[in-house]
Design a protein around this ligand. Structure first.
Ligand code: AMP
Length: 282
């Protein structure tokens, strides 16, 4: 695997491998890699001739400076995991490389109500930062396919809309959520859970599964109230439980209101903010 710190070196290498019908797959990450990230790498390696991964903890998407500071960083281990997962090139740029002083990387896009709800409502400015970095990284890598996890459902929906609005020549592939054996969605943040909250956290998945399996049993409003209560009783501090149209991300008031419906939860488990979701109707 090649390791590039400078975009110029990455681009020189990409120039040597592009062409002859070879496809480039790209997996952007913030590092502290786990099986969820590696599943994206493997899927990309299966679909494309070359896979590029980037590790960049993007400062512009953190609305809370202490979250950025505490974000786990494990570069040595990440490199080993990527080598054994079939990644061809790792791009690990510094902040100045992604955001050079002489390049205006900000993006003004009207996403309608897509970024006003859920994560957008609770983390002001977060998606502006995500779009800024993904757009910039896409310009540097110019992949054929971009791999993102369903774990961040709203993020992939917003990036899909950004790609459509900017007419970027890349195909977005959404990959399934990889979970721990007890159901907790894998996340770089899970290492920061105390043993007590690590034990409690799988309730988020249990709630989502129950909504999916027994959705006819209660109304959407009843499920949301029930889920909030279950989370609180378990000692978690939910920010939202939402049941939304999977295409528009707008809340639905009935399971008949859309063909594609996703249930989403964001909750604090002690000092750690967790998000998870499940497609309950498709
Ligand atoms: P991050 O490093 O958290 O920015 O995540 C990088 C990519 O990995 C994003 O597209 C995430 O949605 C995806 N990802 C994170 N956790 C998981 C998971 N448990 N299963 C599948 N994909 C994931």
């Amino acid at each position: 695997m090649y390791l590039f710190k400078r975009s110029e070196d990455l681009q020189n290498w990409l120039q040597t491998v592009r062409g002859h019908n070879r496809k480039i797959g790209y997996v952007p990450t913030m590092g502290a890699l786990h099986e969820g990230h590696l599943s994206l790498i493997r899927q990309s390696s299966a679909d494309n001739s070359f896979t590029v991964c980037s590790i960049f903890v993007n400062p512009t998407q953190f609305n809370d400076p202490s979250d950025l500071e505490k974000y786990p960083r494990t570069p040595g281990r990440d490199i080993e995991l990527l080598v054994s997962s079939g990644c061809h090139a790792l791009f690990m740029p510094d902040v100045d490389e992604v955001y050079p002083k002489d390049v205006d990387t900000r993006l003004q896009l009207d996403l309608g109500p897509l970024d006003q709800v859920m994560e957008g409502a609770f983390r002001p400015g977060h998606f502006a930062g995500v779009m800024q970095v993904v757009n910039r990284l896409l310009q540097l890598v110019l992949p054929d396919r971009l791999y993102m996890g369903q774990k961040d459902f709203q993020q992939q929906a917003i990036i899909g809309e950004m790609i459509r609005l900017l007419k970027l020549p890349v195909q977005l592939v959404m990959a399934d959520i990889v979970r721990e054996p007890d159901g907790l969605a894998m996340s770089s943040r899970n290492v920061r859970l105390t043993p007590e909250f690590r034990q409690k956290a799988p309730i988020i998945h249990e709630i989502l599964l129950r909504i999916k399996q027994e959705k006819e049993e209660k109304s959407v409003a009843e499920w949301k109230a029930w889920a909030l209560q279950e989370l609180q009783q378990a000692g978690l501090k939910p920010e939202y439980v939402e049941i939304a149209d999977g295409s528009t991300l707008q809340a639905v008031d009935s399971f008949k209101a859309a063909r594609y419906i996703v249930a989403c939860i964001a909750s604090w488990a002690g000092e750690v903010r967790l998000i998870d979701n499940m497609i309950v109707k498709r």
